[in-house]
Design a protein around this ligand. Structure first.
Ligand SMILES: NC(=O)c1ccc[n+]([C@@H]2O[C@H](COP(=O)([O-])OP(=O)(O)OC[C@H]3O[C@@H](n4cnc5c(N)ncnc54)[C@H](OP(=O)(O)O)[C@@H]3O)[C@@H](O)[C@H]2O)c1
Length: 336
């Protein structure tokens, strides 16, 4: 396993990590969670990602039980949560968002569900336009000072919102976010590659990144090249929107590109999934690629992606770029 610094912090996170969205509490319970997390941990994964909103807290409960059953040393892995959407059905206005009140409760409820004493990483899952950024930065700083959280970060905040958090932290001697959790994959690039560009420099935030959906929910594995397999997440009851996205004009054009990319993967002697993950890993701005998996065999395959990175020469990257043809989408306002 390769370990990368989380931005300008001193924390070393495994380049490949594992997240619980979709799967934990929905596709499987504690025993399967333990099996899949063990497959990741045994391959050097030191970061397990979660959120209060995943299966309304159930994903954290399942992960917490699995971690307790596993009995791994607590200093050998990182566990996260994210606050914003709430962990109850139909949350009231104080049970969601980024107010000091909800951040406080979300943190302590996640700690309890995860059967931990603290959270290593705690993310604001989305920006909250109804709460002053100063209140959120202050609430996160307090949690860190209490020892409840070690590093705080954001997810899908704009560069402007991140700069505001940084400015507030400097002005009031508070703690600035260490990391962002953005979507980043071959089809979703603009924010990560362009909008955040100056935030990576150490003279601003020195931002670390824990990127999500590196396989575009499985599209980039090539598993949809010949139709939708029965056991795909696209067939889960509340994921019809993923199927609709695949069937849309954009989805079909992406699928055509995946078919072409699958040929390149074959020429490199690897799989489409490993090629897509290696492409993310190749970007030095990525601190860790959060993978998802519905079975241990997928973890086994995905965690071998690091071996493929050296095969991504300039010529291969150029070939991929020609197929993707989306490096400058920002010029036209597109983001796919
Ligand atoms: N901050 C945010 O807003 C946000 C949003 C989304 C996700 N996340 C985080 O990022 C993590 C990863 O996101 P993601 O689950 O969307 O990642 P992904 O890697 O894009 O998709 C993972 C899914 O693809 C399929 N898959 C994975 N490896 C495969 C393989 N080798 N062969 C065939 N199919 C394979 C599996 O689904 P099936 O087998 O069911 O088809 C798996 O559950 C989440 O768990 C979560 O922690 C964060």
């Amino acid at each position: 396993m390769e370990f990368r610094r989380l931005g300008k912090s001193g924390l070393k996170v495994s380049a490949l990590s594992f997240g619980a969205w979709v799967t934990f509490g929905q596709q499987y319970g504690v025993d399967q969670a333990l099996e899949i997390m063990t497959a990741a941990y045994d391959r050097g994964c030191n970061f397990f990602d979660n959120a209060e909103v995943y299966a309304r807290g159930q994903a954290e409960t399942v992960m917490g039980e699995a971690l307790t059953k596993a009995g791994w040393r607590r200093d050998s892995y990182l566990v996260s949560s994210k606050v914003f959407g709430g962990s109850v059905e139909n949350p009231s206005p104080i049970q969601r968002g980024l107010s000091r009140k909800h951040i406080y409760h979300a943190c302590h409820q996640a700690i309890e569900r995860l059967q931990s004493d603290y959270l290593d990483l705690f993310f604001c899952h989305r920006p909250d336009p109804e709460v002053p950024i100063e209140e959120t930065v202050r609430a996160m700083t307090e949690l860190i000072q209490r020892g409840d959280v070690l590093y705080w970060g954001t997810s899908e905040w704009s560069a402007q919102q991140l700069m505001e958090a940084y400015a507030v932290a400097r002005q009031y001697n508070l703690i600035a976010p260490t990391m962002e959790q953005p979507e980043y994959n071959m089809f979703h690039r603009y924010r990560f590659e362009h909008e955040y560009a100056r935030l990576y420099h150490e003279d601003t935030l020195g931002l670390g990144t824990t990127i999500w959906s590196p396989l575009a929910s499985g599209l980039l594995t090539g598993k949809y090249n010949d139709g939708i397999p029965d056991d795909s997440r696209m067939n889960l009851p509340s994921y019809g929107w993923l199927k609709a996205r695949l069937e849309s004009e954009t989805g079909q054009s992406q699928l055509a590109k995946v078919r072409e990319l699958t040929v390149i993967a074959g020429e490199l002697g690897t799989s489409m999934a490993k090629l897509a993950l290696a492409w993310c890993l190749k970007n030095p701005r990525v601190s860790t690629v959060i993978t998802g998996a519905s079975r241990a065999s997928q973890v086994e395959e995905n965690f071998a992606a690091l071996d493929v990175v050296p095969r991504l020469t300039d010529d291969v990257m150029a070939e991929i770029e020609t197929i993707l043809d989306n490096q400058h989408d920002h010029l036209y306002g597109a983001n796919t």
